[in-house]
Design a protein. Sequence first.
Length: 349
Amino acid sequence: MCRAAGQESPLKIGSVLREGNGSIREGILVCSNAGCLSEYPVLDGIPILLANLRAYVSQNFLPVLCRDDLTEPMESLLGDCFGPGSAFDSRRQHLSTYVFDHYGDLDPGEGEQSPGPPGSIRRLFQRGFSLAERRAEGPVIDIGCAVGRTSFELAEQVDDIVLGMDLNFGMLKTAATILESGCVCYPKRRGGIVYERRRFPAAFERAEQVDFWVCDATALPFADRTFSAGISLNVLDCVWSPYDCLAEMGRILKPGGSAVLSTPYDWNAGATPVESWLGGHSQRSGHRGSSPDILRSLMSGGGHPNAVDVLELLSVEEVPWTLRLHDRSFMEYLVSVMVIRKKMENGSA
Ligand SMILES: C[S@@+](CC[C@H](N)C(=O)[O-])C[C@H]1O[C@@H](n2cnc3c(N)ncnc32)[C@H](O)[C@@H]1O
């Protein structure tokens, strides 16, 4: 709230309501500005740090209050009652798709013969990270981490704190449960509204350096120059303002800090209003609606009037990314993987 009004006011722990495994499972964070005193909940170990908290909680009552203790037959019966297209069903579908891709490679029951084997996000991450040179020290951010595999992978690569953040409470709850329990449990969609519960261990080195928070990529609750590096994989075309997302990245990175950004430019008016798309419209113009050209023009030296001049584009590669919808349906994307860097304050590279 204070950041939105141009003021930096750190949050402090107001109350600890429930603890477990040395961390706050339920508590309240309070703004230290005596003129503000806004409260932010920590729920299931996940801080929710959004300026418009009331709107978020009321629009997300299902994931926020959703129980995860249902037996598989009861989940199936309720799923049949809620039916396809319900909030209950879309939550299960999202979990099925992203948990399969993030962790399915660790599932001993997963066959090799699948036409779209799991792990495409891990391969994409490894490719991007191998191209980025880390020049600054300090915390690292995973913007739009979903169910969190890339945050665990980052922690194995960098000896520093890794913050995985997303707007989707249900996905972060899965990530936080894996962090706490070292075990993955998710509904894998077979087809229609038929799901099979999968359960398997998933332990990561340096998991204790990882945490998961609800934040908005277009209005991050961090001071300028907080993070030494970042990744944001396949998020830019899912936020309501891709431009604000880039500008926030330029603000929170330390000078010399690098980030790996990837996107399939799969614009969708339900997620991003057309006016905010980077390309994908206005094919009559000089850039012919080309998203890669517009994104390039938004970096230093690219010539866009609103360019985020502190960011430089160092390299671009095209990499496949596959999402599984059900046993017989896979979506294959070609994503641009970009390495960007924040310029040093004297303007040098
Ligand atoms: C296509 S998914 C990609 C997830 C993950 N990075 C991957 O590649 O598997 C996009 C993610 O961005 C998140 N997201 C959308 N808008 C966001 C916002 N404004 N702030 C933070 N996360 C957001 C979604 O909840 C979702 O988890």
